[in-house]
Each structure stands twice: as C-alpha cells, then as structure tokens.
Design a protein around this ligand. Structure first.
Ligand SMILES: [Zn+2]
Ligand SMILES: [Zn+2]
Length: 243
C-alpha cells in the first residue's frame, strides 16, 4: 500500500489491535521480578501491541524483595517512556505479609518509587493471612486485589479511603468477583478490572475486561464506569498523588 494515509506508519496488525482492543488499562501484572514469565520489556511490548494505554508492573513483594522489584520496575518504566506510547507505571503487589506490617510496607513501597501499590487480598484460593483486607485498606494501598469475601464494613472503609477494589480476570482469584462487585456497589467503592497477568497469554483485551465486569453482575453503565475509574486512577497515580 502506498500514499499518504495517516495510518501508514502502523502495520495492519497494529490497526487491528487498536480497533479491537481500544485503550486497555491494566494495573496489576507480573514479570520475572517475581513469578511472571517475561522480562518487563517483553510484557510491555506485548501489551502495547494489544492496544494497552496503561500498564502497571506490580510484582509480588515482601519486605525482603520490595527494593529489588520496585527498583527494576522503575527502571523498566523509565526506559519504555522514552520509546513507546504505552504508559507504564512501576508498582508492587504486597503479598502474604503479616497484616500488621502492611501500612509500613505500603509507605516503604511508595518511598522506593512505586506509583501503584497493590495488596494481594484475601482470595478464596490461597491462605492469605486473615486481616489482610482490613490492614491493606487501613494502610491506604491503591488497589486491593481479589479481596475474596470482603465484608460490608471493609468495602465502606475502602470507599472512604479511596482504595479501589479489583475484579480479577485470573482463574481462582475471580471466584468471588460477583461478591466483590455487590459489596463495592453497596458501599460506593471504586471497582477496576485487572488481568493479574503472569504469562503473555494472560494479557486481556478491553472487551475481555468488559466481559469480566459483566460476568460479575455489572450493568452496561457500570462497566463503562469501571474503565473511567481505571483511567482516572492511572492518571492520578502517574502524577504521584495517592488518595
Ligand atoms: Zn503470582
Ligand atoms: Zn498478582
């Protein structure tokens, strides 16, 4: 094809992915810094190719690995920013920590440069310490991932503190999505849909994320709201202003 089409700097595959996967925002993914399969550059490249607008790198951390993983994510995000359009936010996912340590670990993660602090919530499929949801919210994390059977009081507290609750596209963690969606709606808490990707095949198109939200019982208007929330959250976190 020749001529002056404004799209001729894009391959057909690029155009197709923009059409079919517009503006995906995914604030919870993993790389080799924990148990993901890819180096950050490949994860980001694949997400970029799928039409992602925002991607957060949020590897599992505890107090002993936090510095290493966040330094790596910060370096990866800075490198990408110079070459690609996709916006990458460095972050971390505090995982299976003693709940009482969470507020301090959240502060420490931010000091190390994490823009997105996720806490690995009380999913139905892992023995996450009881009290994790409560202390993650009290500590003011940005996103409480797969919070399992979150209570009404916790959801209200999340709404007050501006902590987003996650609907997970990941198998197992997704089992309580319907419950999480109902609790969030009753409390007025913000919902986001994330892939929790560990492998290339885990990255999801925006339409898949929309289906995850619908599957959790959200009406169309609420599904659109989830993407608006995610965009607002990404912009705020990129600017470095936690709730
Ligand atoms: Zn993992
Ligand atoms: Zn995760």
């Amino acid at each position: 094809m020749s001529g002056a089409s404004p799209l001729n700097c894009l391959s057909l595959q690029d155009v197709a992915s923009l059409v079919y996967n517009p503006q995906m925002i995914d604030l919870h993914t993993h790389t080799l810094f924990s148990d993901g399969e890819l180096v950050p550059a490949e994860l980001v490249r694949r997400a970029d190719r799928m039409g992602y607008r925002w991607l957060a790198i949020t590897d599992h951390v505890d107090s002993s690995t936090l510095e290493h993983a966040i330094r790596g994510a910060v370096a990866a995000a800075a490198e990408v920013a110079r070459y690609w359009k996709i916006r990458v936010l460095p972050g971390a996912e505090l995982t299976h920590n003693p709940p009482d340590l969470l507020p301090e670990l959240i502060r420490e993660a931010r000091r190390m440069g994490a823009r997105v602090v996720v806490v690995h919530g009380e999913t139905l499929v892992e023995p996450v310490p009881e009290g994790t949801n409560t202390m993650a919210i009290a500590g003011g994390c940005d996103i409480l991932a797969h919070p399992g059977l979150i209570t009404a009081a916790e959801a209200r507290q999340a709404a007050r503190r501006g902590v987003a609750l996650e609907l997970s596209a990941r198998k197992g963690h997704c089992l309580a999505n319907g419950h999480v969606a109902a609790r969030a709606a009753a409390a007025g808490a913000t919902l986001v849909v994330n892939s929790d990707a560990h492998s290339p095949g885990d990255l999801i198109a925006r339409e898949t994320a929309a289906r995850v939200a619908r599957g959790a019982g959200l009406a169309e208007r609420a599904v659109a709201g989830v993407f608006k929330n995610a965009e607002r959250l990404a912009v705020r976190l990129a600017a470095g202003s936690p709730a």
